[in-house]
Design a protein around this ligand. Sequence first.
Ligand SMILES: Cc1ncc(COP(=O)(O)O)c(C=O)c1O
Length: 385
Amino acid sequence: MPGFEVIGAEEQAEINDIFARGGVLFRHGFDAMRNGSYKVRDFEAAFATYMGVPHALAVTSGTAALRVALAVLDLQPGDEVITQSFTFVATAEAIIESRAVPVCCEIDGTLNMDPADLERRITPRTRAVIAVHMLGTPARLREIAAVCKRHDVVLIEDAAWGCGGSLDGRALGTWGRMGTFSFDFAKTMTTGEGGMIVFHDRSDYERAAAWHDHGHENNPKVPRWEDTRSGSGFNYRMTELQGAVGLAQLRKLDEVVRRQQYNRDSIWRSIKDLPGIVARDVPAGSVETADALVFETPSADVARELRNRLVAAGLATKILPEAVTWHFAGTWSHMPELVAHHGDLTEAFPATAARLARCVSLPVVVKMDESVPARVRATIAPVLA
Ligand SMILES: Cc1ncc(COP(=O)(O)O)c(C=O)c1O
């Protein structure tokens, strides 16, 4: 789970460096005051290099990252954007904010987008697909990318949980035309609040950079207050404080992921022989961020019972089952746009509803108490015997 566990002297030093060099907290301009300190710009460059892409744009949140990426596509009312029914509300909210129709599809054993159901839901109005790597496990990107290509629709990855993971050696977030990341306080790397978009295409990057900054083109020939623009936009600019923390967190990302994988595997080793539990499917070639350990149980009743026992034992579950209402579109009757498209949401995604109800997700931390794997086993084994 969290980069917040490893926040320390390095993040503090990056922040101090801003104030030592003049205290400019805005990402643009004030060149004479800032003594070469450009934290957001440096963070974007370092992130792009880490991801192996030419361009990255820092924004205020993972939700903003999705909204800005969709702005690049110039969606029109009635255009449809498909995402998966197991994701955080933010993915659907960004589609709705973009004036497009949110469409959700079923998940498969990866707990991510089911490529076959995705293809069934594509219509002539479909403009884009947002695949999500929920809880740090890659979606079936090979198949999803092939569906998108076949139907000529744009693939965007919501890699809010995928930062530091990969598939076939390609970083999550870089398979699609654009990939978005969240650095909120629960994510593998954090800037408190914050997000990033990565791009392969320079014109996509330029469009996003302008749109997230009221349309500013940052034309070097004129001062900012006389800047050129070719369209309007909004303000989703990251501050230098966030950029500073991001620089330090990015340097720790690989180690955070490595330790999470180790801890996740330790818990799994201690329980995998228990009868009736089945690991989540993982596409071949995946490097997971191991934000959580997710497994299926024989029934929703068993999943609830495991959850109750874990909580009573001072352990915890994460998202499944207790926070499912924030993460399953079948419960989002507060989104009229989603209801207008799908009708009764409780009936709209039966395969996902049944699967999620059977799943239990355990949090994985970077600094795990070594007693946790044995305690998890002792707590859940009596229910599964
Ligand atoms: C799948 C997914 N997308 C987007 C977001 C939004 O990120 P943020 O909290 O940075 O706005 C989240 C946050 O948890 C998420 O889980």
